[in-house]
Design a protein around this ligand. Structure first.
Ligand code: AMP
Length: 424
């Protein structure tokens, strides 16, 4: 066993995997930019209090929190919405609205690692701040949808709920805030048994429990909401909101969605619309995206502003996507000097190609031609360029196209054109 192991729950990514990840990142970035979102970056660590303010004291047990050399409480970020909203409150409140930002970065959570769940993982997310709610929510849902499309992810429908429905029920049966938080946690985990016990242990209304389960199991097209509307009475604004939102996202051409009032998102700062997207073939950790409308600016000392956003679990997105048509570029040219005299010329040819944005590697190991060919095959190089004394004397190079097997002498002035033609 090697002396040094990776810390538990972390991963190393080799060049091939990184090429795929960078490709997917670039597609996500491009999609966000197409929607007019701009990228931001915030520190990898923040003051622990920021996350405690947002999610409560219990979060400390779930994150990498420590004291620095001056005894300041510091935490590696477990998510980015808190950091982005801190940044917004500090520096972006006076910008023209809406503020549309996206981010990509690594997050850290002290979790029990398993497939799709790591201690260091990556998120791609977006926040839309300061637009009217229904328009903003629809735009955020559309961006999330187009992100899954742009990277060819196999996903189930977008499940959209609204916390206002639960809130109306809680108010109707006078269930107070502390019970609400606990009940939302049971709902988020779909732990109905736990919820039964919680209701009986706290002497909460059986009727409320019955209706709560009915709400949590309401899933399907927007007309499923009629039943719930009858149950809660006509004042349930969030039902009308969801019906309006469903219409709006259909205007974006999105059909792959369902209303799911069971989406509760365990986190307490969500206020209205909430949604989740599951990936196909992911096993237990299937959720690849979660989001919704939230209220944080005021909590962080800023002015109240409508905010809505999402975060994709990038690593799960990588598992859920079909990579069959990915075009990962292989090396264009591998240049082999056959004599010491040819080495200088190899560097010159490599420089010419690199200046024209053609990737080129020089053999640094004095390989024989047959060994060089074997290596080129293994690393899937497109062309091998051989330069020996004969080539030096005739101002040309020998190029072997590794796909066709054709080997030709090419004049030095024609190398760029020749290699470019092989690319197509
Ligand atoms: P959350 O910030 O908890 O709403 O998570 C947003 C998304 O990040 C989830 O839907 C997951 O896809 C992903 N995610 C959360 N925790 C982890 C983890 N420990 N490892 C990998 N992905 C995660």
């Amino acid at each position: 066993m090697p002396e040094f192991q990776r810390p538990r729950g972390t991963r190393d990514f080799g060049p091939e995997e990184m090429a795929k990840r960078r490709l997917v990142e670039s597609k996500l970035r491009e999609t966000a930019r197409l929607f007019g979102f701009g990228e931001v970056m915030t520190p990898t660590f923040e003051s622990t209090d920021l996350f405690v303010e947002k999610s409560g004291e219990d979060i400390v047990g779930e994150i990498y929190a420590f004291e620095d050399k001056k005894n300041r409480k510091i935490a590696l970020r477990p998510e980015l919405t808190a950091s982005v909203m801190r940044f917004y409150v500090n520096e972006m409140q006076s910008l023209p609205k809406p503020v549309k930002i996206f981010y990509f970065g690594n997050m850290f959570r002290y979790e029990r690692p398993q497939k799709g769940r790591y201690r260091e993982f990556f998120q791609f997310g977006a926040e839309l701040i300061g637009a009217p709610s229904i328009e903003a929510d629809a735009e955020i849902l559309a961006l999330a949808y187009y992100c899954t499309e742009s990277v060819n992810a196999s996903v189930a429908d977008i499940r959209i709920g609204h916390l206002g429905v639960l809130k109306t029920l809680f108010d109707k049966y006078s269930i107070d805030d502390s019970h609400q938080i606990e009940i939302r946690r049971f709902l988020d985990k779909k732990d109905f048994e736990g919820m039964n016990s919680y209701f009986s242990n706290n002497s909460l209304s059986n009727e409320a429990l019955k209706y709560l389960k009915k709400i949590a199991l309401t899933k399907g097209s927007p007309d499923k909401l009629d039943d719930i509307k009858n149950l809660l009475g006509s004042e349930c604004e969030s039902i009308d909101y969801l019906i309006g939102l469903a219409k709006k996202i259909e205007e974006y051409g999105i059909r792959n969605y369902s209303i799911d009032l069971g989406v509760a998102r365990g986190l307490d700062y969500y206020t209205g619309m909430v949604f989740e997207i599951d990936g196909v073939g992911l096993g237990a950790e299937s959720q690849i995206c979660g989001g919704g409308a939230y209220s944080l600016a005021k909590l962080f000392g800023g002015k109240e502003v409508y905010s809505t956003g999402f975060a994709f679990g990038f690593d799960r997105l990588m598992i859920a996507r079909n990579s069959k048509n990915d075009r990962i570029e292989s090396l264009d040219a591998y240049i082999v000097p056959v004599s010491n005299r040819a080495k200088k010329r190899c560097i010159e040819v490599a420089s010419i190609l690199r200046n024209k944005k053609i990737s080129a590697e020089i053999d640094l190991l004095d390989r024989s031609i047959s060994k060089a060919m074997k290596y080129a095959n293994t690393v899937k190089v497109k062309n091998v360029i051989i330069i020996g004394n004969e080539e030096l004397n005739s101002m040309c190079v020998t190029i072997k196209n590794m796909k066709t097997g054709i080997q030709e002498k090419v004049k030095e002035k024609d190398i760029v054109q020749y290699i470019t033609k092989c690319r197509n």
